[in-house]
Unconditional design. Structure first.
Lengths: 253, 253
DNA sequence: CATAAAATTTTCGTTTTCGAACATTTTCTA
DNA sequence: TAGAAAATGTTCGAAAACGAAAATTTTATG
């Protein structure tokens, strides 16, 4: 195996395992420890891994690995499927709002394939992900950062959002009642979401099936304000008829 | 097989395999290594593949460093030492501004030991780190997110910052001239930093020694506006005298 | 805190790969 | 088909990658 190939593989294997010793890597690539050290130092210089005595560790990109991020793992498959479907709905060069929610972070990752997007968001994780692409214009709302989930919330945030008129909004929520009420836990987030709803042409609701019977406190909006609802499950029949009445396009993956 | 055909095929096979050695390609096309080298160099010039010693890799599977990642890896030890010292200067329950910069992200990590801080920042990474603590109040400025480093910049950002009056500002910069001029690369960031300087009681400058002779374009501020300067090296004597004249406390780690 | 063990850096010689220059063959075109 | 242009092959000094051994630093342990 050539050096370039090995370097690439080391980055992946270290990222995957979290930590690799020189010895383990020696066995894997059948080169001397000396060569491995040179490789690891090269990669550390480039900021790809973190060098330690005896081996190397992956870099936690300061925005990952927060306790909150672990919640992202729940229902991962459903969320990924939803995210991919949502990404298909968004054309290149579109402008969109993205609000808080784990599903929305995965949506952000999927949107990296697009080009020329303009995104206004109150989700610092989504902003961080999307700002990796040079041809995206990412605008983050100002305000207080909620400690659990990196959401930016409050009245100042709502005012900020209201400056914009976007093509789409992609909204995640905490709960859905069968009568079509969309619920959240935090009234400050609700204000922001309402502003996004009011200032986007086409509103896309994303939610995995676990939201159907989840209790939440604050009424955020109503299904009648939504244009498209992407979900991984069949909705309760009462909700289905509410959607039908209001011309909501329901996409089940 | 003709050259054009071969070139086309090489691109595909490299993309498919991720990496191909000269030797493998020699066998595949039955030409001399020299010819393959010419081919690979041609393709690399056109940006179709990535050339390496012994072969070539596809563009995607590149281990190239983003400039930002690299900068973060540079001087890691100095930055950590500076960050720890800065954290000591900040009392519990203080309010502070934090601006852009890799050192400031490490400062944010160190501040997690504190209690009851109120932080206003235009650095999404710092915001993300600090928002992990429930007893912190983290406020992020709104505005456009710069793709290289997650900095939030611009006039709207400055206006946002100006709403606040804080105890401290922790400022990272791009360059320091010996006459005491503090420099940055981006005028949009400069506006934000100036606002922080003007609205904090006590201004702390953080910089590792590499900043002393770095050229940067925009004058951001002057050393006379700084109260405390934390650095890992001795400053040039001219700068030392400027600091003395202006009652700047210089802390060398 | 002193010592040993482990890991790392440094140095140096060997092998592999590279690139430039020139020779030869193939392809194109008038 | 003659001549030019492009592609390929050959040769050789330079550069890069690698392994081995010595010198140095870091870490563990009594």
């Amino acid at each position: 195996m050539k050096q370039a190939q090995r370097l690439y593989d080391i980055v992946n294997v270290v990222k995957e395992q979290g930590y690799m010793t020189i010895e383990e890597l020696t066995k894997r690539y059948e080169v001397t420890p000396q060569t491995l050290r040179r490789d690891l130092n090269t990669l550390a210089d480039k900021g790809k891994i973190k060098r330690h005595h005896g081996g190397a560790a992956s870099i936690e990109s300061s925005i990952e690995n927060t306790p909150y991020q672990q919640r992202k793992a729940e229902n991962q498959n459903a969320k990924l499927a939803i995210a991919k479907r949502v990404a298909q709905l968004i054309p290149n060069n579109a402008s969109l709002f993205i609000n808080i929610g784990t599903t929305n972070e995965i949506v952000a990752e999927q949107l990296l394939q697009h080009q020329g997007l303009t995104v206004v968001t109150n989700n610092i994780y989504a902003a961080s992900i999307l700002s990796q692409k040079q041809d995206f214009s990412v605008i983050i709302a100002g305000g207080e950062v909620r400690f659990q989930d990196g959401g930016i919330i409050g009245e100042a945030t709502r005012d900020f959002i209201q400056q914009f008129r976007m093509d789409f909004s992609i909204l995640g929520i905490s709960g859905i009642e069968s009568n079509g009420a969309l619920l959240d836990f935090d009234f400050r987030e609700v204000k922001v979401s309402q502003a996004m709803l009011a200032h986007a042409q086409h509103n896309i609701l994303v939610a995995d099936g676990s939201k159907f019977h989840r209790q939440a406190m604050v009424e955020q909006a109503h299904m009648s304000q939504i244009n498209t609802f992407v979900c991984d499950r069949e909705a309760p029949s009462e909700l289905m008829s509410v959607m039908k009445q209001n011309d909501v396009r329901f996409i089940k993956i």
